[in-house]
Design a protein around this ligand. Structure first.
Ligand SMILES: C[S@@+](CC[C@H](N)C(=O)[O-])C[C@H]1O[C@@H](n2cnc3c(N)ncnc32)[C@H](O)[C@@H]1O
Length: 338
């Protein structure tokens, strides 16, 4: 891509993500198949207007999510496959959340926030912080929690890779703070049979038992879901893990969460913080963009390794090292109670 084309591609980036959102929301990737299917058949199956559907499918094909033949037939590509409900690494939830109406709306506050120095576009748009808005808006909560499991499909693999070779044999209990439906914790339990796990979560997130990974993976006897508030207290455990939690919160809020973990940990207890760690200026990284999303959505931010080490320190914990998968797309920061 030339420099000029790159600029235009970025200017019009939202067109692409909104086209993709419409395709996912309408069920295009569940209807399309490996063999070409005519537009009229896809439109009939999904209850859509055939003529406008053709234009949407053609745009999706132009972006590489479908293949188009000369007879208005479309088949799914490997990229399109990643948007299907039944793909093990499905990104469907991520599209529905990040391009859905709430997250679409919060970005319009970005320039005003940068001008006046007050972040959290969610409060500007909806008058409530995201975790207060969630219980009052069940359809948004469903999309949010589905997206967290959808993100986890990728993150969990990266965490397992980063911690491959780590000696888990001395750990008996592992608590996932804000662990969602338990995708990461259950995969760690599956890998390490001596572990017992607890997910600490807001009550609303864990009330529907059918969505919990412990049930789906047959791990219910080893995995407990506890409703609670990490800002008040956390369950006792040898070791803690928290994925995409600290990036939601300001430094002061992070220190409150980490201090509760410090209080509940035994001496020598470990904590693993899974985040997109911001690298130096020479390295372009997804973390630097996700950081802006955090500015729009909450009081949080993405941080460098040094900044995470500083937060651990303030809570009475010591930084040990960061474990990375080969891609370095995420990092697992290890801390210990002194
Ligand atoms: C960004 S999501 C990350 C979920 C999960 N760790 C993952 O990576 O998929 C943040 C999670 O923190 C939970 N949460 C928010 N406030 C909480 C609190 N005060 N106590 C416990 N969990 C909380 C939310 O319900 C949500 O599941």
């Amino acid at each position: 891509m030339s420099g000029y084309e790159q600029v235009v591609d970025t200017i019009l980036g939202r067109w692409k993500s909104q086209i993709l959102y419409a395709g996912v929301k309408l069920g295009v990737f569940e209807s399309a198949d490996k063999a070409p299917k005519h537009t009229s058949e896809i439109a009939r199956e999904l209850g859509l207007d055939a003529s406008l559907s053709y234009r949407l499918l053609r745009a999706l094909a132009s972006m590489g999510f479908l293949d188009e033949n000369n007879d208005k037939g479309f088949s799914i590509t490997p990229q399109g496959d990643l948007l299907r409900k039944d793909h093990p690494q499905t990104l469907r939830g991520v599209v529905l959340l990040e391009e859905g109406p709430e997250h679409y709306a919060i970005w319009k506050h970005l320039s005003a926030m940068v001008r006046d120095g007050r972040q959290d576009g969610f409060v500007r748009e909806f008058g409530l912080r995201i975790f207060d808005y969630l219980p009052q808006n069940p359809s948004y909560a469903d999309v949010f929690n589905y997206a967290m499991s959808s993100y986890s499909a990728t993150h969990t693999k990266l965490v397992l890779e980063a911690l491959k070779g780590y000696d888990f044999t001395k750990i008996q209990t592992l608590c996932d703070i804000g662990g969602g439906h338990g995708h990461l914790l259950c995969n760690l339990l599956a890998e390490h049979p001596q572990l017992q796990g607890t997910v600490l979560e807001l009550e609303g997130t864990i009330k529907d038992k059918e969505l919990l990974w412990a049930e789906k993976m047959g791990l219910a006897p080893r995995c407990r879901y506890q409703a609670g508030d990490m800002f008040r207290e956390v369950p006792r455990s040898d070791t803690y893990i928290m994925k995409m939690i600290l990036h939601d919160w300001s430094d002061e809020e992070c220190v409150r969460i980490l201090s509760n973990i410090q209080k509940a940990s035994p001496p020598g207890g470990r904590i693993f913080v899974v985040e997109h760690v911001v690298p130096g200026p020479e390295t372009p990284h997804f973390a630097k963009l996700f950081d802006i999303h955090m500015m729009c959505a909450l009081t949080g931010r993405e941080r460098t390794e040094k900044e995470y080490a500083g937060l651990l320190e303030k809570a009475g914990l010591a930084f040990v090292r960061t474990h990375y998968p080969q891609s370095k797309s995420i990092g697992v920061i290890e801390g210990v109670k002194r």
